[in-house]
Design a protein around this ligand. Structure first.
Ligand code: KG4
Ligand code: ZN
Length: 341
């Protein structure tokens, strides 16, 4: 079986084809970064309009690249949420309509489940059960994953997500959009130890996160210490350290609490080198294993949607004929694969 995956939940148009035997056959991405850069963040209406322009041409390009015809596709998976409602509607409308025209099932994929399963696209995929740290621009979550669809939330952000904190602090440092990767680059030139940011919510029990205070902390330092190049790099370094260490402390707690020895990190922020290095070291010291995807599968992409779509298609989890999206959608509501069997 082959699944066409369509991702349009935010500012990337992603299209991919996943074959159950041969794996990923094609993966195309069109980034809207240039469109939103002038505004310092994603403008939802512009995002929707650009998905309208790019999605169908990208699907045609993906089919052409693989030499496949519409008749070679056994299911069409699209991101149905969470995300920007207008942007989601574009992918859902195109995906649902194509599936209808091609007389194949449509699969409404949960964006965060797509991120969570992205490390499965790598040569050495994790075995169940494991603890997953999901870190994106909109979510920070620690989850126990027993199988596909069996998700138990241990903790999440009560305000800004980790990626959002990166982006907002990057903005304060005068970096462009999207700020996370740029802040991380700048942090490499920072002098360690000049500033120390708090590690929010680590001095009380639990696995919830709060990152909004870090940007205020950064703003105060900028106001009092000036804004020269070295100071900004030193702030970036201290900020990144604080986010990474806070995430590591909560991961350690989750592993201690569950007794699990496998950690999966996924979502845009899992592309962060310092986070990967810190958690890899931590898992090495604990005698456990860590799993993450290559950077282009950490940020938004069509491959993860095609993969998650395949997993759900195999057990007959089809979308009905309605075109519906869910801007807010808890992963715990998803049915477990084995329950449908
Ligand atoms: O998963 P994603 O592509 O989209 C959402 O579902 O939100 O995550 C995007 C987030 C952005 O906040 C971006 O700044 C952050 O991931 N990000 C990074 C890095 N690469 C992407 N943050 C820190 N370091 C990076 N290398
Ligand atoms: Zn995402």
């Amino acid at each position: 079986m082959r699944v066409l995956g369509i991702e349009t939940s935010c500012d990337e148009t992603g299209v991919a084809i996943y074959d159950e035997h041969q794996g990923l056959l094609a993966n195309q991405l069109y980034s809207q970064v240039k469109i939103h850069a002038d505004y310092g963040g994603v403008v939802p209406e512009l995002a929707s309009r650009d998905h309208v322009r790019k999605t169908v041409p990208l699907i045609l390009e993906t089919l052409a690249q693989t030499g496949l015809q519409a008749t070679d596709i056994d299911g069409v998976a699209y991101t149905a949420g969470p995300g920007l409602v207008g942007a989601l509607m574009v992918g859902a409308t195109i995906g649902r309509a194509l599936a209808y025209a091609w007389k194949v099932p449509a699969i409404a994929v949960h964006h965060m489940e797509g991120h969570l399963l992205a490390p499965m696209l790598e040569p050495n995929p994790p075995m169940f059960p494991f603890v997953a740290l999901l870190v994106t621009g909109g979510h920070t979550q620690l989850i126990v994953v027993t199988s596909i669809g069996e998700y138990q939330l241990l903790g999440e952000s009560i305000d800004d997500a980790a990626g959002e904190a990166f982006d907002k602090t990057a903005k304060l440092l005068g970096l462009g959009y999207p700020g996370g990767p740029m802040l991380s680059l700048m942090a490499q030139r920072g002098v360690p130890g000049r500033y120390t940011f708090p590690r929010p919510m680590t001095n009380r029990p639990g696995q919830d996160f709060s990152f909004s205070g870090l940007k205020t902390f950064a703003a105060n330092i900028i106001r009092t210490s000036g804004n020269d190049e070295q100071t900004r790099a030193d702030i970036a370094h201290a900020f990144e350290d604080a986010v990474v260490e806070t995430l590591a402390i909560k991961c350690r707690r989750a592993l201690d609490q569950t007794g699990l020895q496998r950690l999966v990190i996924a979502g845009g922020v899992s592309a962060n080198y310092t986070l990967r290095a810190n958690l890899t070291n931590m898992m090495h010291l604990r005698g456990g294993e860590i799993f993450y995807a290559r950077p282009e599968f950490c940020t938004d992409n069509g491959a993860m949607i095609a993969y998650a779509g395949m997993a759900r298609l195999q057990i007959g989890a089809y979308a009905d004929l309605s075109i519906s999206v869910r801007p807010r959608w808890s992963m715990e509501e998803l049915p477990a694969l084995k329950r449908l069997n």
